[in-house]
Design a protein around this ligand. Structure first.
Ligand SMILES: NC(=O)c1ccc[n+]([C@@H]2O[C@H](COP(=O)([O-])OP(=O)(O)OC[C@H]3O[C@@H](n4cnc5c(N)ncnc54)[C@H](O)[C@@H]3O)[C@@H](O)[C@H]2O)c1
Length: 443
């Protein structure tokens, strides 16, 4: 090989390597579209809803959105015809116009999203359906509001982002925990500087779901399967959403990387041994998901978040909801606070802060929200706020970049666990716009 040909080969290799790197980058961060961050809804006096998935959660969303006078539910879809008919009857009994029903099969939702009297498609189906339904809704010109977690894979996260940018339709995640009374109060305290400069947070979905997972209806029909196929944090957003809001993630900070570890998987096996007959076919299932998964997330600003997932251990419900900084700390379950210069080294109650920091949304609609129930009222506050944004023509509080970033710890934790807790990078779904994006949830 002479010097010239070897140089030519090196240049060729270099250009191939560059091309390869380019392709890898492109796979990680597809071609930029115009951002949907801060894009206002077109203002509407009445918001027309189509709801896909009329199970436990779908019914609760129908009750909460349906309680807002300026909402009209025009269409319902579920593969179980009786569920759509029962929800239709419920709405009629409440004096509403009967919605159109779709239940001809797995793809009946395509007819719902094609209607011309739907502004927002609400999706409350099993997780594997979320993104394809949201994408169909956006491509049909509708905004989409997806239950949690919005996406199960990074590819799905990108598909949501790309479709939202291309169609100029919003794709929101219905993360009700961001609207809890304590969460919104703590958000105000964070913004008032009560905790100083934020350094770390902790959050969880620690919820004993054993009874639900082995039920022969509702989530028992599909959610156990996720625990068979996957090992990681299957349900990250309830804990992470509020902490992401405290830290202005995607609006001045961003999730950078995560490491994750799972415990052995024992509690679902122990439960079914006690509760199911020995010849029940579910006795043969193999659950891969560790009872407890713990992920650590580091943000670009160097902040630390501990994120837990445990739906198998017998335990009281806990989302932790901890936020801490240079001047103090709040943690929930039960709610307690310590601010620098406080009484000794004991936590104090949150109550004394209520008068000053109760969030305006809770002042406006808190009583009705509590009356309706729905996770202590936060379901209604979320519904009310989303409809308010659509009616006033402002941007949603939780946009497609949040839906992607808060869902991403699912697949990233799976990858990290599978690789001996190797660090996994978060894609930047905002494509660099996170530094300048305006703060969400104006207060
Ligand atoms: N935010 C919350 O607090 C909260 C609470 C519960 C559930 N969820 C979420 O809500 C979603 C639904 O959960 P759920 O508890 O209502 O489950 P569920 O099983 O009770 O309801 C799901 C419904 O979807 C229907 N469905 C399945 N495939 C469909 C298809 N192709 N087309 C139309 N309908 C279809 C099922 O028949 C069922 O009625 C999940 O994403 C879950 O994680 C959120």
């Amino acid at each position: 090989m002479n010097e010239n040909s070897s140089r030519r080969d090196l240049l060729k290799l270099a250009s191939l390597t560059t091309l390869g790197a380019g392709l890898a980058d492109a796979a990680d961060s597809p071609r930029p579209g115009r951002s949907m961050s801060g894009v206002p809804f077109e203002a509407k006096e009445t918001v027309r809803l189509g709801v896909i998935g009329v199970g436990g959660r779908g019914n609760s969303l129908i009750d909460n959105f349906g309680a807002i006078p300026q909402v009209r539910i025009t269409a319902l879809c579920d593969i179980v015809k009786e569920k759509t008919a029962a929800a239709q009857a419920k709405l009629e009994k409440a004096g509403k116009q009967p919605p159109a029903l779709y239940s001809s099969g797995d793809h009946a939702y395509e007819q719902l999203v094609a209607r011309d009297d739907v502004d927002l498609v609400v999706i409350a189906t099993p997780w594997i359906w979320h993104v394809r339904m949201a994408v169909a809704a956006m491509k049909a010109g509708k905004h989409a509001a997806v239950e949690v977690p919005a996406a199960r894979t990074l590819e799905e996260c990108w598909e949501m982002v790309n479709t939202s940018e291309k169609t100029r339709r919003h794709c929101m995640q219905l993360e009700n925990c961001c609207y809890g009374e304590n969460e919104l109060m703590v958000l105000l305290m964070v913004r008032a500087g009560l905790f100083g400069d934020l350094t770390h947070g902790a959050c969880a979905y620690d919820h004993d779901l054993r009874g639900i997972l082995f039920s022969k209806s509702g989530e028992g029909l599909w959610r156990r399967d996720e625990n068979i196929r996957r090992n990681g944090n299957l349900y990250p957003t309830h804990g992470l959403g509020p902490v992401a809001h405290y830290m202005d993630v995607n609006r001045g900070d961003r999730f950078d990387y995560t490491v994750s570890m799972s415990s052995p998987s024992l509690s679902l096996q122990a439960y079914r041994k006690d509760k199911l007959p020995p010849d029940d076919p579910r006795q043969q299932e193999v659950y891969r998901n560790g009872d407890m998964n713990i992920s650590l997330i580091r943000t670009v600003k160097g902040r630390l978040i501990e994120l837990q997932h445990d739906v198998a251990t017998p335990q009281p419900y806990d989302r932790i909801n901890l936020i801490a900084g240079t001047k103090g700390i709040f943690r929930d379950y039960p709610p307690r606070i310590y601010v620098d210069g406080g009484r000794g080294d004991a936590f104090g109650p949150l109550d004394p802060y209520k008068q000053k920091f109760t969030h305006p949304y809770w002042k406006q609609v808190g009583d009705l929200a509590k009356e309706l129930g729905g996770h202590g009222g936060m379901d209604f506050v979320m519904a009310y706020r989303l409809i308010e944004c659509m009616r006033q023509g402002t941007a949603p509080d939780i946009d497609v970049y949040d839906a992607a970033a808060w869902s991403a710890p699912g697949p990233l934790s799976e990858q990290s666990v599978a690789k001996g807790s190797m660090p996994m990078k978060f894609p930047d779904f905002t494509r660099g716009r996170w530094e300048k994006a305006a703060q969400s949830m104006p207060v």
